[in-house]
Design a protein around this ligand. Structure first.
Ligand SMILES: [Zn+2]
Length: 274
């Protein structure tokens, strides 16, 4: 069915086909997020992402956090409120636990807007949704303790590759999936090579593992999209570095986490090209 065909209903009698087309158009062109799905996502998904970020935002080699740092009260899905709510406060002592108030919820809202704007086909869109679900907490952890945990980046990569593979099966055209796998592999190898050659001055291996999924997502849409995403990530990283240097908030030797720029570069490239 053509999504942009002319309306066929008689005046005053809305045709159901018309309404379906209108919905499809609104999803394709994205005038704004669907409020219901945005609300549901924030209520249902945000506590999970808060929990993932809170658990893993600990220094490398340390056991995952299972409770409040101040009073030790357990935090988990059986009693999500209020620790996993938007305020992120311990239910027993009131200390802040996990990411700052509202940050996860706003990020999830941004993710829903992104999904609406990128729009169908459903196959790659489900891969993008999966990737966001793992990458948002991973990036929050990267900002907090400067590491990208395998427990978040590897499921992000595995699910993204599988969901893109299913999308390719549905379309019966393996080309985009093969390109996605090649792009993910090449990008991860480039990042890993920088670690081997430059040590701490290169990218971390966590960045390389995140690149497995970033490369696949962008590569699905084409090599130029991958190139644009990486250019945007590096440009944003350079801008922020210069800004921090100018504000004397960082020194030349300061090592910024790169995960947030990979997330932003990927998001911006998809918004500009899909
Ligand atoms: Zn507490």
């Amino acid at each position: 069915m053509a999504l942009t065909g002319p309306p066929t209903s008689a005046p005053g009698q809305p045709d159901p086909t018309d309404r379906r087309e209108s919905r499809a158009r609104s999803v394709r062109r994205g005038p704004g997020p669907d409020r219901l799905s945005a609300g549901l996502a924030i209520v249902a998904v945000s506590p999970l992402l808060r929990l993932a970020a809170l658990r893993h935002a600990v220094p490398s080699g340390t056991a995952n956090r299972t409770g409040c740092d101040a009073c030790g009260a357990a935090i988990g899905l059986p009693r999500p409120w209020p620790a996993l709510g938007p305020a992120g406060r311990c239910g027993r002592c009131g200390a802040r636990v996990g990411p700052p108030a509202g940050t996860v919820e706003l990020t999830v809202l941004g993710a829903v807007v992104l999904l609406v704007l990128v729009g169908p086909p459903v196959g790659p869109l489900s891969a993008l949704a999966w990737w966001l679900g793992w990458t948002i907490p991973a990036v929050i952890v990267d900002l907090a303790v400067h590491r990208l945990p395998d427990r978040l980046t590897l499921p992000a990569a595995t699910g993204t590759w599988l969901l893109l593979g299913l999308a390719a099966l549905g379309d019966a055209t393996p080309g985009p999936w093969l390109r996605a796998v090649a792009a993910g592999t090449v990008l991860a190898l480039l990042f890993a090579t920088s670690t081997l050659l430059l040590g701490r001055r290169g990218f971390g291996l966590g960045d390389a593992k995140l690149a497995l999924s970033v490369g696949a997502l962008l590569g699905w849409y084409g090599w130029p999209v991958l190139l644009l995403g990486m250019l945007l990530a590096f440009a944003l990283s350079a801008l922020v570095s210069v800004g921090l240097l100018a504000a004397r908030r960082a020194r030349w030797s300061t090592h910024l986490p790169f995960g947030p720029f990979l997330l932003l570069g990927t998001t911006a490239a998809l918004l500009l090209t899909t």
